[in-house]
Design a protein around this ligand. Structure first.
Ligand SMILES: NC(=O)c1ccc[n+]([C@@H]2O[C@H](COP(=O)([O-])OP(=O)(O)OC[C@H]3O[C@@H](n4cnc5c(N)ncnc54)[C@H](O)[C@@H]3O)[C@@H](O)[C@H]2O)c1
Ligand SMILES: [Zn+2]
Ligand SMILES: [Zn+2]
Length: 362
């Protein structure tokens, strides 16, 4: 429970009402600890609210479904989706975007689609976070925000597909649609960047340069398929251009959240057709500087939210690819912690100790 911005999370008993029409009660089995949770907990996110139950990288088992729920049944294994898929809105029906419009407004305010909460304490409503609130043993979520996955998939691995891993994989596979034989550069080797490296590999990229400030993280990138490793900094663009015969890369990806690196990603893309895909979330009020000449010369910029992945259709497909051995998830999980240790998960993240801490519920 986030009681107060800037203060540690508190583990408390709260009330969770039964799911209403179209909603599902999920028992969480595992949940990753992500920067977005910390961003909100710290108070840095201007749209944050408290009190709220944080957490958005959940995986679990369906306990109960309310009326009107057709696609899920008790016992199903699910990954939670902060980016839902209603399959009916104008965006869901269009292959060009994954930004479902069905419940955005209420979700951003911390409510379930009907404008109320299922969480409360002493009769006072408590808001849901990102429509998920998965730092908890149970959560109630709309059916359209749950991806049903293969029961064979271990849930303490599958939870990573709820956010960062799918974001990176999708940026390469869905947003950029990397073509076989191409040259790619990924800036950032956190969860998102490493996912993008893996996505480029799955798309058949011939060369994948990964750029990060941390040598340890670059080594992890090699394990995901990076062919060249580069320590980042002000000269990164120059180095990339050198490595790519003077032209730059066919596809570049930014996964740092730094607007300076976003600019580098654009400038490291090849003239003629280079595509720079931005995944990072910049700080409040920051803007991206682009010299227009880079665009006139044929470079393009794209942004990617949740990797352009339509969650209910495509998260299960990614999990299946993981089960087939195409995606190596284990190296991303550095610490397994209990819910009581959630603040330690934040500390590990701030210290860049490993890629992901995963909360295991028993
Ligand atoms: N678009 C989305 O839907 C979405 C989803 C999840 C996360 N994100 C965002 O993606 C970004 C990355 O997330 P993450 O979990 O991988 O974060 P992370 O902090 O684990 O990784 C970021 C990496 O960038 C590296 N880095 C920092 N400065 C650099 C520089 N100058 N050159 C090269 N590398 C540099 C860091 O060393 C670090 O390894 C964040 O901004 C996050 O908010 C976006
Ligand atoms: Zn996340
Ligand atoms: Zn929709």
């Amino acid at each position: 429970m986030l009681e107060q911005f800037g203060a540690p999370l508190e583990v408390q008993e709260v009330d969770l009402a039964e799911p209403c029409a179209g909603e599902v009660l999920v028992r969480l089995v595992a949940c990753g600890v992500c920067h977005t949770d910390l961003y909100t907990a710290s108070g840095a996110d201007p749209s944050g609210y408290a009190p709220a139950v944080l957490g958005h990288e959940g995986a679990g088992v369906v306990e109960r479904v309310a009326e009107g729920v057709a696609s899920l049944a008790p016992g199903d294994h699910v990954v939670t989706l902060f980016s839902p898929q209603c399959r009916a809105c104008v965006h869901c029906l269009d292959p060009r975007t994954n930004l479902c419009l069905a419940i955005r407004e209420q979700q951003n305010k911390g409510y379930l689609p009907d404008g109320t909460t299922r969480l409360s304490r002493g009769g006072e409503p408590i808001r849901h976070f990102m429509g998920t609130s998965t730092f908890a043993e149970y959560t109630v979520m709309p059916e359209i925000a749950l991806a049903k996955i293969d029961r064979e998939a271990p849930l303490d691995r599958a939870c990573l597909f709820a956010c960062g891993l799918s974001t990176g994989l999708g940026a390469a596979i869905k947003t950029a649609k990397v073509t076989p034989g191409s040259t790619c550069v990924v800036f950032g080797a956190g969860m998102v960047g490493l996912g993008a490296v893996a996505g480029c590999r799955l798309q058949g990229a011939e060369r994948i340069v990964c750029v990060d400030l941390s040598r340890d993280r670059l080594e992890l990138a090699r394990g995901q398929g990076a062919t060249d490793l580069l320590v980042g900094g002000p000269d990164a663009v120059e180095h990339v251009v050198e490595l790519t015969g003077g032209f730059g890369a066919d596809y570049t990806f930014e996964a740092t959240g730094s607007v300076a690196v976003m600019r580098q990603a654009l400038e490291a893309a090849r003239m003629g057709w280079g595509l720079a895909t931005m995944c990072g979330v910049a700080g409040k009020g920051e803007t991206l500087d682009i010299v227009p000449r880079f665009l006139i010369q044929g470079r393009r910029v794209a942004g990617s939210s949740f990797g352009g992945i339509k969650g209910r259709d495509e998260v299960p497909e990614l999990v299946t690819r993981y089960l087939r051995g195409e995606i190596d998830v284990d190296p991303f999980i550095s610490h397994t912690i209990s819910l009581d240790d959630v603040n330690r998960g934040f500390e590990l993240m701030e210290a860049q100790d490993g890629i992901r801490s995963v909360i295991a519920f028993d």
